[in-house]
Design a protein around this ligand. Structure first.
Ligand code: ADP
Ligand code: MG
Length: 371
């Protein structure tokens, strides 16, 4: 590729706490990270877009006259973003060449998907001077994931990828999209991700199923004469009173949503008061809820979380992201980290015959135009 006209850095994200509650109108605490996808773009004076993934060693082309979903999953992130920009601003996109290269693990809960969608949306905005706002980019990316990829995700991933700020978590209200930046001051601890390196095939179907279970629960409660907009805002007492009307699993899903939303508020307070012990308890509590009530964990994730409970090296650990594989998030004492990684890697390999990958997390800025 000739020298790119435009280079975009689009980060992955973590989520401290508030899992699976963005699509339930709850509060979440994500942050962008310093790992991400680099996108290099050039206009090409044609009606065709040529996309190359260095990581997949694969190239494909899009005819701008015919932007429809593809059988090949990764193509859909590009097709979807182009489609929704064309809907919003017809005729605005011309042919371009784009190369992507990533140092984010793919399919591990660090949201390489949102990094890709938001990265290409930001790139096209710069290349064709579209005047998109951050919220436009977030919405276009989310719509692409819903309608072209087929994951009915919430808004958190795209929001964090676009609006991340170095050294800060975002306390994001997913109903109003109000955000407060909270300093990520964890010293003498830091954040460590442990990637199980497994991705169970259930991930997408069960994600969409959890979403519809929550919608069903909301519908059943509202049928009693209420008008709640989302599960996170239903009082505990109302869910308890209506327990007999709800399928057991639906009741458990809703219970989890309310408890997780409370845990996010508690974790935020703990962080503001520099009470890291309390933050750790919230994080362990989140894992228990995700495992037992929301049922999105798996043996490998549970093993990694349980392993941390032996001493005070780790203050809190939980699965992060959609579940059924991917990473655990750990708050770990810095000076004990190396020994801990060594021990847990050996134990994990012994049990699952799979290597673990460890990432020390640095919180970075949101998607940026580097050139
Ligand atoms: P996560 O967002 O947790 O990484 P997802 O399953 O939501 O996991 O998204 C991963 C998908 O995003 C991949 O299967 C692929 O389709 C696409 N993707 C991510 N990074 C790349 C890349 N570097 N090249 C091509 N496709 C990618
Ligand atoms: Mg994703």
């Amino acid at each position: 590729m000739q020298d790119p006209m435009l280079t975009i850095k689009s980060p992955g994200r973590i989520n401290l706490i508030g899992e699976h509650i963005d699509y339930n109108g709850g509060e979440v605490m994500p942050a962008a990270i310093d790992l991400g996808i680099l996108l290099k773009l050039n206009v090409n004076d044609s009606n065709t877009c040529n996309i190359h993934s260095v990581d997949y060693e694969d190239t494909f082309s899009i005819d701008l006259e015919e932007v429809v979903p593809s059988e090949i999953e990764w193509h859909n992130y590009f097709l979807g973003v182009i489609y929704f920009i064309q809907q919003k601003l017809p005729g605005s996109i011309k042919g371009f060449d784009c190369t992507i290269e990533s140092n984010l693990p793919i399919g591990s809960g660090m949201s390489s998907s949102a990094a890709l969608e938001c990265g290409i949306a930001k790139g096209l905005d710069g290349l064709f001077d579209l005047g998109l706002t951050n919220l436009d980019i977030i919405t276009i990316a989310r719509d692409a994931e819903h309608h072209f990829v087929g994951t009915k995700c919430g808004i958190m991933d795209q929001f964090a990828v676009v609006n991340g700020k170095k050294g800060h978590f975002m306390k994001l209200n997913c109903q109003t999209l109000e955000v407060e930046y909270v300093k990520a001051d964890l010293d003498p601890y830091e954040l460590l991700l442990l990637n199980t390196n497994v991705e169970h095939s259930l991930a997408t179907s069960e994600y969409n199923k959890r979403r519809s279970e929550c919608e069903q629960g909301l519908h059943l409660i509202n049928a009693q004469g209420y008008d709640f907009k989302d599960v996170a805002h239903i009082p505990h007492s109302i869910i308890d009173e209506n327990k007999h009307r709800l399928p057991v699993k639906t009741f458990n899903r809703m219970k989890f949503v309310l408890e997780e939303n409370q845990r996010t508020a508690m974790a935020n307070n703990a962080l503001l008061n520099n009470d890291l012990q309390a933050l750790g308890w919230c994080i362990y509590g989140s894992h228990e809820g995700l495992k037992n009530l929301y049922e999105v964990s798996c043996e490998e994730l549970d093993f990694l979380v349980d392993f941390t409970r032996v001493d005070d090296t780790v203050l809190g650990a939980r699965m992060m992201g959609g579940g059924f594989g991917g990473c655990t998030l750990n708050i770990i004492r810095k000076n004990k980290k190396d020994d801990f990684i060594d021990q847990i890697s050996k134990a994990y390999f012994k049990k699952f015959k799979t290597d673990l990958t460890a990432y020390t997390v640095k919180i970075g800025d949101g998607v940026r135009n580097l050139k």
